[in-house]
Design a protein around this ligand. Structure first.
Ligand code: F0G
Length: 454
């Protein structure tokens, strides 16, 4: 382990330990809070361990043309800012990262914005942003000699973990809430060879059970309480900054579930600023589903200072989480960057997801909260016409095809839920139609929609 370069600092009490001293649940023994990876050498201005920002920008660009395997990873291309391994030869990679930044012209026009983009993390190897964190933390597990890795999951973490474990020749254990994950994700865990246990509880219950298991058995925990996960998940911040030639956008909008992703992106931007590579942080806003909104409530009630766990419920199953582990870290990121935390309804999520589909991009329901949240932020003047906005789309549209089909068939929402967005929904719905197998019948179907469709 690179102890000379990194250490773990408790987010709550500030206690510092070596990387290999963390307990199996990654909680501080003094105060129970989570750890953050810290690089002490970076703070000594002029010190030999402090990365040179200008040189890194040049090196990272050069690596885009490199034939080295590690340089093909959009995580390890930035390895100078995640020196968490003894040897980068231990990195387990599936060529994650390098995700596209798409312009969203239709939504931009509707919202009166010029510069609206989607950073599509669903274009990672297993179809979600989890791959960027998994390559980092699973590589640490491999380097430290673990045979088994495990996670509790709403589906995407388990898909990513199972894939990376398979690549490394390791075994993986998945705990998922019974009946509350999308089929696409469950099928991935099976395909990649995990032991998948469906527990009669929710995500929060699964994580609780797993926390006990790792204390009793030498299994490496790969949920985002593991600080190395966040080291990988901070790299999309580097990609975003690089895409804008190191002038960061005004707003970055992220979905909030267990709140690891928003914490990680905030850490990434914060580190770039500390190293003088960008001049300011973007405003980072976190959007939750109305039925799984513990942080949004916390911001409404006490400015993000205290959080009350809740029983969560939303059709965006990826973010069906009522007791988010990283809420303190996320809260600090929102406060420090000047962003907001909001919640949006099931109907707003459904419409936003269909609109992103109409951009030719698509995403899973949890990702669509970002566009739904942006609409609110524009409506109340917190985002203005000249602002540059990046939505972080976290999962691929094929992850939850059932949701999409239910939307287009008109069976997704209850009548009461759909009532406020009826017109938008009708304009977006594209149910498949039964047509006779003749050219004339197909042409008739085509004629019927001409003039009716926008
Ligand atoms: N979007 C998607 C598609 C997700 O899968 C998740 C979380 C989130 C957003 C929220 O990110 O937890 O870092 O705030 N999925 C986890 C899982 C919990 O198990 O796959 P977060």
């Amino acid at each position: 382990m690179n102890d000379n370069l990194h250490q773990l600092r408790c987010f709550g009490c500030g206690a510092r330990i070596r990387g290999d001293q963390a307990g199996p649940d990654f909680r501080c023994v003094n105060c129970g809070d989570l750890f953050e990876v810290e690089y002490p050498g970076w703070s000594q201005k002029g010190g030999t361990d402090r990365p040179n920002g200008g040189a890194l920008k040049w090196l990272w660009r050069e690596r885009k043309a490199s034939s080295e395997l590690l340089d093909h990873s959009g995580v390890w291309r930035f390895r100078e800012l995640l020196p968490i391994l003894d040897s980068f030869g231990n990195a387990v990679t599936l060529r994650e990262g390098h995700t596209p930044l798409y312009h969203l012209p239709r939504s931009a026009k509707t919202l009166g914005l010029d510069q609206l983009y989607a950073k599509h993390q669903g274009m990672n190897p297993t179809g979600s942003f989890k791959d960027t964190g998994m390559t980092a933390a699973l590589s640490v597990a491999k380097e430290r000699g673990y045979e088994w890795v495990a996670c509790a999951s709403t589906g995407n973490t388990s898909a990513a973990m199972a894939a990376y474990a398979a690549r490394a020749g390791m075994r993986s254990l998945v705990l998922i809430p019974d009946g509350k994950i999308a089929w696409g994700k469950l099928s991935q865990a099976m395909d990649y060879g995990a032991l998948t246990c469906q527990l009669k509880t929710d995500f929060d219950g699964c994580l609780q059970v797993l926390t006990e298991i790792v204390k009793q058995s030498p299994i490496y925990l790969l949920n985002s309480v593991n600080p190395y996960r966040l080291e990988g998940q901070k790299t999309p911040a580097f990609e975003i900054a690089e895409s804008f030639d190191w002038h960061v956008p005004d707003h970055v909008i992220v979905p909030g579930g267990n709140l690891g992703n928003s914490s990680a992106l905030g850490k990434g931007f914060r580190e770039l600023k500390a190293l003088g590579m960008i001049s300011r942080l973007p405003k980072i806003s976190v959007i939750q589903a109305e039925g799984a909104n513990p942080l949004a409530r916390s911001f409404r009630e006490n400015g993000g200072e205290a959080l009350e766990a809740m029983a969560a419920n939303t059709r965006a199953t990826a973010i069906r989480i009522g007791n988010p582990a990283s809420w303190r870290k996320a809260s600090q990121v929102i406060q420090e960057s000047g962003g907001w935390c909001l919640d949006v309804t099931e109907a707003e999520i459904a419409v936003a997801k269909a609109e992103l589909g109409r951009e030719g991009i698509g995403c899973e329901p949890a990702s669509a909260v970002t566009l739904a949240g942006l609409k609110r932020l524009v409506a109340d003047g917190r985002v203005t016409a000249s602002d540059t906005v990046v939505l972080v789309l976290t999962g691929h549209t094929l992850k939850d095809a059932d949701y999409t089909i239910d939307f287009h068939r008109g069976t997704l929402l209850t009548e009461a839920e759909a009532a406020p967005v009826k017109a938008e929904m009708e304009a977006l719905r594209r149910d498949a139609v039964q047509v006779e197998a003749t050219p004339a019948a197909v042409l008739k179907a085509l004629k019927e929609v001409q003039g009716r469709w926008l």
